[in-house]
Design a protein around this ligand. Structure first.
Ligand code: APR
Length: 311
């Protein structure tokens, strides 16, 4: 059995474990700083397996040694947003947590592929890559699957069409400047721009951009975790089953889309090698402007990180 370790057994981490167990993909380890909590959640989940008929080992621990020989390390540890906060407001608190999670896990799993969820997402993925000095194939940020799923849900609702018929591509940084591509997104092959009236489409684009904040405001404490964790489960499956599945994810740019030394949301191919390929769309003039604006915002957060941590 392959092995996945999840760092941070809070709402996102624990729910990720449950989605993964349901897929019977790998044995699972949950690690958290809170004493007893990952052990308790792990045991509760282990006792769930006979009911859903899945043969998966699940353990919780406060010790990184438990993560040894993992195929995938998922990092969800850190603070979620509170109402009124941007993802970037989490930078200094979460840089410490993610930095430790990245370096400690690498000691026990030198060959692991990292999937990062903690916000500010693109910059936490950048930190993981730089601190651990990994090839870019082995660090992927989860954001695009989630942002695109939000847009797909809104389009499905508006169009009265199955979510399965709707493909959306939300690229760029995982912040307010993310780029929902209405030309490439489609309903059963028909471009979204041609399928929905302009005012409806604009409302969907705006709601998608603020999708995470909408949930933070409703919850009052904590942020979304069902869709983020389902997204990371889909990415993990694509990697472990070597599916060569193309999904929007945050990847380290080396010249693609004219960008360098930055994690940015783009369509990537996921397989056993991790981030195997970046797909480059042809962008029109408006899309290029939106990409540049989003990249500038991410770059600013990367620069703020470099003032906090020596990387
Ligand atoms: N090592 C391990 N776990 C830690 C550490 C640490 N140094 N510091 C905090 N944690 C744990 C907390 O104890 C908590 O259980 O991380 C967990 C985070 O869980 P939640 O507070 O429930 O937050 P969650 O909603 O899961 O979000 C976590 O993912 O989507 C992002 O923006 C979100 O950055 C946030 C992260």
């Amino acid at each position: 059995m392959q092995k996945i370790s999840i760092i941070g057994a809070g709402m996102t981490g624990a729910t990720t474990a449950l989605w993964l167990a349901e897929r019977e993909l790998a044995d699972l380890v949950l690690v958290d700083v809170v004493e007893g909590m990952p052990q308790g959640k792990g045991l509760d989940m282990l006792e769930t397996m006979p009911i859903i008929g899945r043969d998966v080992e699940i353990v919780g621990s406060n010790d990184y040694a438990a993560t040894g020989d993992s195929d995938i390390i998922i990092i969800t540890a850190g603070l979620p947003r509170k109402p009124g906060m941007s993802r970037d407001d989490l930078l200094s608190a979460n840089a410490d947590v993610v930095g430790k999670a990245a370096t400690e896990t690498l000691k026990y799993s030198p060959d692991a592929i990292y999937v990062v969820l903690t916000n500010p997402l693109d910059t936490m993925a950048y930190l993981t890559l730089k601190l651990n000095k990994l090839p870019r194939e082995r660090v992927i940020g989860q954001a695009g699957v989630l942002d695109s799923a939000r847009m797909r849900a809104f389009v499905a609702h508006e169009a009265g069409v199955s979510v399965e018929n709707i493909q959306c591509y939300v690229l760029g940084g995982h912040g307010d400047e993310m780029v929902p591509l209405t030309r490439h997104s489609n309903v059963a092959g028909i471009a979204l721009r041609d399928y929905l009236p302009a005012d409806k489409l604009e409302a969907i684009v705006n709601r998608t951009r603020k999708g995470g904040g909408e949930i933070v405001n409703l919850l009052k404490s904590g942020s979304a975790y069902y869709a983020p964790s389902a997204a990371v489960a889909q990415m993990s499956e694509a990697i472990l089953k070597d599916k060569h599945l193309i999904l929007p994810c945050s990847a380290y740019m080396q010249g693609e889309y004219g960008l360098n030394d930055i994690f940015f949301g783009v369509p990537v191919m996921l397989g056993r090698g991790g981030m195997e390929k970046i797909i480059e769309y042809e962008l029109d003039a408006d899309e290029k402007v939106a990409f540049a604006k989003s990249a500038a915002a991410v770059k600013e957060t990367h620069e703020a990180l470099k003032k906090l941590v020596k990387i």
